[in-house]
Design a protein around this ligand. Structure first.
Ligand code: AGP
Length: 614
């Protein structure tokens, strides 16, 4: 998704914007640019195809001097990646410039209308129409904010914009319509910031406000004035972001993904802290005010999510059904709203989303709201749409997850669902006090178990050396670990570009077994649990057909060492928490295979960290 940064204050806008864009690189992009209202009153614009380093080089050669500016990293939707299609775009009169995230769905009709009026366009983007419209209203005598409001009223689609006008060198106008990714306003001391994501401005301030759908803000160095698109003033609640800037930095790791894999012990500790009451043997969830009556009135939970979060939801089904005896359905965010779902006030719809801005998941939530369901969210990005619109939320407390491939958000969302299951189990009376205490106590050992899995990190480089040139992988798991097989396959696909499929192991004989040969490694999750013997049988079926097996096994399991070609040891873990430990070897396997193949681990091709377009 596109990255947006804006600054207004006494400092050099160019440096702050470029540094901010650097921290948004993980969002994936193909070109970048910035615009500054220069001290001489002109709009200075610099844009470049390719990575930020090329833009920096251009700015060094042609410096910009000013204290108000906007910047952008572009993930092309309309118009091929090029300098002319890069943002910012400037209106024909050179008055107004804009950066944009999202899609102006009716841009073609607007462009035809403007071209019929004799307007010439300098790019192939949808974005450019908005700056023509704004300048048109300015020319008609409107104030900047009014011109922006009128222009936005003509557009359709989910969009986020920053506008800059050389007539108003002291302000940035920010606007958000729909769920095209958030706009975060950072509140500084005599300066203010705007960004599409918190890490871009976290080093400057932790006080943030978040624009909601159909809101706009006028940001000057001393004030932030938020109003609805209809002009009514809006009071906004500032959030204090608990993340520190270091947590958004990569060092000393080689990649953000590697750092975030190794941070999981701490992230899980932070997720448990303050929620698992080990003395009382129970769970408290600060963001989910549930009474026993409300919990007992629930008929089922529907979890909506995408990608890795959808696989976390599949694990959550096992957790919540086991702990709270409450039926759980899981649906992809992109499917849910098109199936006219049968939900009502006795349904809790739980959105799991690291970014809190995934447009398919948010659209599913809106459908659920229309149908009267209670809305809960498990989210990592504080202040994101999914955090704010839910009736109850459980934060992941994973800290900023920068790598496109989700790792610590997955494991902390599993812990959140485990906590939710424990709370629902207590409120609904499906967990006795002793059972509940045992479940809560099991959490105490989880960070240590995760740390022990991470201790075996060196074995993965050797595995990567053996398998880096394979074209296909098959991942097999059973029960609560079959979603882990799906997640392991996704990790491999998205960062190494090796094709991989995850399957419930019992399904292998219904088709995938035809694929088994010596060229396609099979990763089997075979840690000790009630389906262990079935997994052993699956491993034997693969070996009988000449397949190669990489088995996840419980430490000390001598039997599996006789059957598998490679064993990845995992410490004994309570079955309901085994997905948290079992996914880590799969994350490390994918990471090291991708590194060995020279792939761009943190910014895989075609992928974005937060998918805010449909
Ligand atoms: C996972 O590694 C991918 N980056 C992707 O599947 C991601 O999980 C999905 O886009 C959902 O994102 P969210 O959790 O922010 O909603």
């Amino acid at each position: 998704m596109c990255g947006i940064v804006g600054y207004v204050g006494p400092r050099d806008a160019t440096r702050i914007i470029l540094d901010g864009l650097k921290r948004l690189e993980y969002r994936g992009y193909d070109s970048a640019g910035l615009a500054v209202v220069q001290d001489d009153g002109t709009l200075g614009v610099r844009r470049e195809l390719g990575k930020l380093d090329q833009l920096v080089e251009k700015v060094v050669g042609e410096p910009l001097a000013g204290h108000v500016g906007i910047g952008h990293t572009r993930w092309a939707t309309h118009g091929e990646p090029s300098e002319r299609n890069a943002h910012p775009h400037v209106g024909p009169g050179g008055e107004v410039t804009v950066v944009h995230n999202g899609i102006i769905e009716n841009f073609r009709a607007l462009r035809d209308e403007l071209e019929a009026e004799g307007r010439a366009f300098a790019s192939d983007t949808d974005t450019e129409v908005i700056v023509h419209l704004v300048e048109g209203y300015l020319a008609g005598g409107a104030e900047l904010e009014t011109a922006v409001r009128r222009a936005l009223a003509r557009t359709k689609g989910a969009n986020a914009f920053l506008f800059l006008s050389r007539r108003h060198p002291e302000r940035i106008v920010a606007a958000r319509m729909g769920n095209a990714g958030g706009l975060t306003i950072g509140l500084g001391d005599g300066e203010n910031f705007v960004a599409s994501d918190i890490p871009a401005i976290l080093e400057h301030t932790r006080e943030m406000v978040f624009l909601e759908d159909r809101q706009m803000a006028v940001v000057t160095r001393d004030a932030v004035h938020v109003e609805g698109l209809d002009g009514t003033p809006v009071s906004v609640k500032p959030y204090t972001i608990p993340w520190d800037p270091v947590s958004a930095a990569k060092e000393p790791y080689r990649h953000f993904m590697q750092k975030e894999i190794y941070e999981q012990g701490r992230a899980i500790t932070d997720t448990i802290r303050g929620r698992a009451d080990f003395d009382a043997g129970r769970v408290r969830l600060e963001g989910l005010p549930l009474t026993p009556e409300a919990a007992r009135a629930l008929k089922r939970v529907v979890i909506v999510a995408c990608g890795t979060s959808a696989y976390a939801a599949l694990v959550g089904k096992f957790l919540i059904e086991a702990l709270a005896r409450l039926p759980v359905e899981v649906d992809y965010g992109s499917e849910f709203r098109y199936r006219d779902p049968l939900i009502d006030a006795q349904t809790a719809v739980l959105a799991i989303t690291q970014s809190g801005e995934t447009v398919d998941t948010l659209a599913a939530v809106e459908e659920a709201q229309r149908k009267g369901a209670q809305i809960w969210s498990i989210v990592n990005a504080i202040g994101s749409q999914a955090h704010r619109i839910a009736d109850g939320h459980i934060l992941m407390h994973a800290g900023p997850e920068i790598g496109v491939a989700s790792t610590k958000a997955f494991t902390t969302s599993l812990v959140d669902q485990y906590l939710l299951g424990c709370l629902l189990g207590e409120l609904r009376g499906t967990l006795s006090p002793d059972d509940l205490r045992q479940r809560v106590d099991d959490l105490a050992h989880l960070p240590d178990l995760v740390g022990r899995v991470l201790d075996h990190g060196d074995v993965y480089e050797r595995l990567a050396q053996t398998f880096y040139d394979r074209a296909h992988f098959l991942y097999l798991g059973r029960g609560i670990n079959y979603p882990v097989a799906l997640e392991g396959a996704l990790k491999l696909k998205e960062i190494s570009y090796i094709h991989a499929e995850g399957y419930p192991a019992g399904e292998m004989k219904h088709g995938p077994i035809a694929l088994i040969d010596e060229a396609m490694p099979v990763v089997a999750i075979a840690t000790r649990d009630h389906v262990y013997d079935k997994m052993i049988s699956q491993i034997e079926q693969v070996k009988a057909r000449g397949g190669t097996v990489i088995a996840l096994a419980t430490e000390g399991d001598a039997e599996i060492a006789q059957k598998a070609d490679f064993v990845l040891p995992v410490p004994e873990t309570p079955p309901l928490l085994s997905p948290v430990a079992n996914v880590i070897p799969l994350q490390l396997l994918a990471y090291h295979l991708a590194v060995r193949r020279g792939a761009d681990v943190d910014q895989p091709r075609n992928l974005a960290k937060s998918v805010t377009v449909e």
